[in-house]
Design a protein around this ligand. Structure first.
Ligand code: UDX
Length: 428
């Protein structure tokens, strides 16, 4: 059986919208992506992606040349013939901590009167529970169904995740509309869970909260292992054989960040408290993450203070919240940098791809070797592969000091010890 081609409009070309649009076109659908940002649309149309995402540029180019993928700034043009309108709009934290859905409200108001009868609005943005019902009321057209279809795309592997999803979650009141949305993903061969809208909206929050809690657990376990003299990597390996725990998402690090976990955990805590069923575990996971970032900052500070230099040079390797993305939103590395520059005058940073906010001032260098040159302390904060490939002799010949804080557990301690360097990781 082959995929039936459908006409789809994708509103918003952020990492979720652009990835979804390009992938839906790749699956054989006729997709028009629309965004109010003219510069962005021009740039994407000419092959320059606004974000770094592996495989995305190729997919966009493929879609354009097959004629399956187009871009516009006109909402009317995009949705005119669309059978499905995907909403992939920003839902940043509002003043109360909950996701602010004003961008969604605005677009839905603009959609009124533009949709042909029977169009299905598919919401991919992460939204507070009941938003699907809210959109249904706002659009106020009986023949238009609104369906929740949360995304579970990881930055850096968003294209892969879209085309090979663990599951497709569809929340709807009209099961026929839900099934039609699930069928759009036919080519991905993934299981489809059709449920009610509030459950679908909750699945997204619970999934991210659970994963954030898992990392907080691992990082606290690393601190525990440090205190009792256990090796956290061995301990996590021992846990990973149990299928109830699973083999992935067990890597200790400098703390979790990114555009989703921090905002979604906060939003869930607020919404749970408001609903009368506080999720205290998630509040603790957030606190534990902040404390862990403090912990690793103290470790770097102590190492710098105990170096012989009067003005120690600290080299931070990595600024993005994880590898294979240029995103530094809520990155623990940024928080650590911020705190260190309050105490030290000589902090140098290197990251191969990071896009940094203009409000942060960095002494940033363009090469790894320039970064480690004359450093008294080196701290690895992102798991970029080039950091894992660091050669002990090269590092030893460029550093002034001898301490490396390996916040991502990339280096072999023995190899570096043989070159006269001390590699410190929490719980190892
Ligand atoms: C996450 C979810 O995984 C995705 O399903 C959702 O749609 C968006 O949020 P993303 O923000 O891209 O994706 O990052 P993810 O790969 O999940 O990592 C989140 C944070 O946890 C990063 O800071 C990462 O470094 C950290 N992490 C992850 C660890 O420290 N250890 C791990 O083992 C895994």
């Amino acid at each position: 059986m082959s995929q039936t081609q459908h006409k789809i409009a994708v509103v918003g070309t952020g990492y979720v919208g652009l990835t979804s649009g390009a992938c839906l076109a790749h699956l054989g659908h006729l997709v028009t992506c629309v965004d109010v940002d003219e510069t962005k649309i021009k740039s994407i149309s000419s092959g320059v992606m606004p974000i770094y995402e592996e495989g995305l540029a190729e997919l966009v180019a493929g879609g354009q040349s097959s004629g399956n993928l187009g871009f516009t700034t006109s909402l009317e043009e995009a949705v005119r013939d669309a059978e499905f309108v995907f909403l992939c709009l920003p839902t940043p934290p509002g003043a109360d901590g909950m996701a602010d859905i004003s961008a969604i409200r605005l677009v839905v108001m603009q959609l009124r009167g533009l949709l042909r009868p029977g169009t299905i609005i598919v919401n991919k943005s992460t939204v507070p529970v009941n938003s699907t019902y809210m959109v249904q009321e706002l659009i106020n057209e009986p023949s238009v169904d609104v369906v929740s279809n949360p995304e579970f795309l990881r930055e850096g592997s968003a294209v892969h995740d879209f085309l090979h999803p663990d599951r497709i979650v569809v929340g709807c009141t009209n099961p026929i509309a839900g099934e039609r949305v699930g069928a759009l993903y036919f080519g991905t061969r993934s299981p489809v869970l059709v449920t009610d809208p509030v459950s679908a909206e909750s699945i997204k929050y619970m999934a991210n909260a659970f994963l954030a809690m898992k990392i907080s657990f691992v990082n606290q376990a690393a601190e525990y292992c440090d205190s009792v003299g256990a090796d956290v990597i061995e301990v996590m390996k021992g846990l990973s054989f149990d299928p109830r725990i699973g083999q992935t998402f067990l890597n200790p690090g400098p703390g979790w960040g990114g555009s989703c976990f921090p905002k979604d955990t906060k939003a869930l805590v607020v919404s749970a408290t408001e609903s009368g069923s506080p999720m205290t575990l998630i509040e603790e996971a957030i606190n534990a993450n902040l404390m862990h970032i403090d912990h690793i900052t103290r470790l770097i500070t102590r190492a710098a203070e105990s170096s012989r230099a009067s003005e120690p040079r600290i080299c931070l390797l990595g600024l993005t919240f994880k590898a294979n993305t240029d995103d530094t939103r809520e990155s623990p590395a940024l928080a650590i940098h911020q705190r260190l520059v309050e105490h030290f005058t000589n902090v140098v940073v290197y990251d191969p791809l990071a896009k940094v906010p203009e409000s942060h001032i960095f002494n940033r260098v363009d090469s790894l070797v320039d970064a480690i040159r004359d450093a008294d302390v080196v701290a690895i904060l992102t798991e970029w592969s080039e950091f894992a490939e660091l050669q002990p002799d090269l590092v030893a010949s460029h550093m002034r000091g001898d301490t490396i804080i390996d916040g991502r557990y990339l280096l072999n301690k023995q190899d570096f010890a043989a070159a006269g360097l001390s590699v410190i990781s929490i719980g190892r």
